[in-house]
Design a protein around this ligand. Structure first.
Ligand SMILES: CC(=O)N[C@H]1[C@@H](OP(=O)(O)OP(=O)(O)OC[C@H]2O[C@@H](n3ccc(=O)[nH]c3=O)[C@H](O)[C@@H]2O)O[C@H](CO)[C@@H](O)[C@@H]1O
Ligand SMILES: C=C(OP(=O)(O)O)C(=O)O
Length: 421
């Protein structure tokens, strides 16, 4: 199992190229299932979840060409097997995004229930309820969601869907299903994360009629058929935020090319309050930081609030900043798995239910720590970059699931980090 060996204490300087967003590329690869025409996605990140998604749709009969320039050409014209088996779904929850498009285009889908994961139970009841409101008949049997249209129907029917909570992949499933449904669908309480408007813009290029994406109320007028398109995946705001926190923690001066400050307002505000300089520049973001920053309290919420996917990385920064801070996780019930590992590196953190109480310490000391989930891994890497001596981060397959060559990018800006096979 691969590990990362980090020798801490180096400032970061230079330029990093931010990749396309994992959480936009995954639904957009599923959106290629909506048409028999070829679709080209540009700026697709090279990470494990994307490879898993490509395997999943290839297994359905989609022709895939992955090119060295980061583009993926997908042709679902010959799709014969509208199924997402457990073996693939169990390694990537985002496989549930196949449900909406398969049902919309083929009138049937069999998708394994994703099950829980390290950060929480993560049910898909809202996905099922929303698609049922559009007329789908869905039974859950032997661990699979088996979905089909009622007898005599050829398309889903538009509906008003008001979810119990804001759900990102739920909103994406409904958008894709509604694009090919008969009549109008209105999504109330829709997620507004930048990956949603990015998906909506891709669907519009394919011929979909969508309004209101990027707000909490999206209207979709279904069309009979969608066609091919070329679409560039939006820059990864969580990768961007991770590098911002890394530079804020180590000190230095780094340009994040293609990074979008306008997709990270809540994180950027906190970094500025902490004392880092973060400026939007032409084609990216520049971050500068010197000395110990001031710890910042925050609570995670839906976009445009502070993203849960940035909680662990910012907590690593708080751990070595001046003063006390409180971090409240409101989205997932078990997303503090990094805390005990940060404590092993010398951090002072106590968990009280949904709140972590952190007392900043002047330094951390390197040790062997274990990654437990994707963003927890990133927080341990940040901690390792500032800790005295050597830190080994074990189980980095979690990190590889969602970051495109993180250690090579960090090495490129001066970090002493290597992968041990
Ligand atoms: C591939 C992808 O884009 N993943 C992101 C997506 O996950 P994902 O789309 O799975 O997360 P959701 O937005 O759906 O989850 C939000 C909350 O709603 C709950 N819920 C959701 C659906 C449902 O049917 N029932 C239910 O109870 C979840 O358990 C969670 O507590 O948004 C999360 C919240 O920003 C991010 O952390 C993930 O990185
Ligand atoms: C939790 C995440 O992803 P997923 O929903 O794919 O598990 C994440 O990207 O931080």
């Amino acid at each position: 199992m691969d590990k990362l060996l980090i020798r801490g204490g180096r400032q970061l300087q230079g330029e990093v190229l931010i990749s396309g967003a994992k959480n936009a590329a995954l639904p957009e690869l599923c959106a290629t299932l909506l048409t028999a025409d070829p679709v080209t996605l540009l700026n697709v990140p090279r990470l494990q979840d994307v490879s898993t998604m490509l395997k999943l749709i290839r297994n359905m009969g989609v022709q895939i060409e992955r090119r060295d320039d980061g583009s993926v050409l997908a042709n679902a014209g010959g799709l014969t097997n509208p199924e997402a088996p457990y073996e693939l779904v169990k390694t990537m929850r985002a496989s549930v995004l196949a449900l909406g498009p398969l049902l919309a285009r083929f009138g049937e889908a069999t998708v394994s229930l994703p099950g829980g994961c390290a950060i929480g139970s993560r049910p898909v009841d809202q996905h099922i309820k929303g698609l049922q409101a559009m007329g789908a008949e869905i039974v859950v049997e032997h661990g699979y969601m088996i979905a089909k249209l009622p007898k005599g129907w050829t398309r889903l029917k538009g509906a008003r869907i008001a979810t119990d909570m804001v759900t990102v992949t739920g909103t994406e499933n409904f958008l894709m299903a509604a694009a090919l449904a008969e009549g109008e669908t209105i999504l109330e309480n829709a997620a507004q994360e930048p990956e949603i408007p990015d998906l909506a813009e891709m669907l519009i290029k394919m011929g979909a009629k969508i309004e209101g994406h990027g707000t909490s109320r999206i209207r979709i007028q279904g069309v009979e058929k969608l066609h091919g398109c070329t679409h560039q995946v939006v820059a990864d705001r969580i990768e961007t935020g991770t590098f911002l926190c890394a530079v804020a923690a180590t000190g230095g001066d780094v340009v994040l090319k293609h990074g979008r400050a306008d997709h990270l307002d809540a994180v950027v505000d906190k970094l500025r309050d902490a004392g880092a300089t973060v400026e939007a520049i032409d084609g990216g973001i520049r971050v500068k930081s010197q000395g110990r920053l001031k710890a910042q309290s925050f609570r995670t919420t839906e976009y445009p609030g502070f993203p849960t996917d940035m909680q662990a990385q910012f907590m690593a920064l708080n751990a070595i900043s001046h003063g006390p801070s409180k971090v409240t996780e409101t989205i997932f019930e078990n997303r503090f798995m990094h805390v005990n590992e940060l404590v092993r590196l010398g951090a002072h953190i106590q968990i009280d239910g949904k709140v972590s109480v952190i007392e900043g310490v002047p330094k951390l000391s390197g040790a062997t720590v274990m990654a437990t989930d994707l963003r927890a891994s990133a927080s341990l890497v940040i901690a390792g970059l500032v800790a005295d001596g050597e830190t080994v981060v074990d189980r980095i397959y979690h990190l590889d699931r969602g970051y495109d060559q993180m250690e090579a990018k960090l090495r490129g800006i001066g970090a002493d980090i290597e992968r041990i096979k």
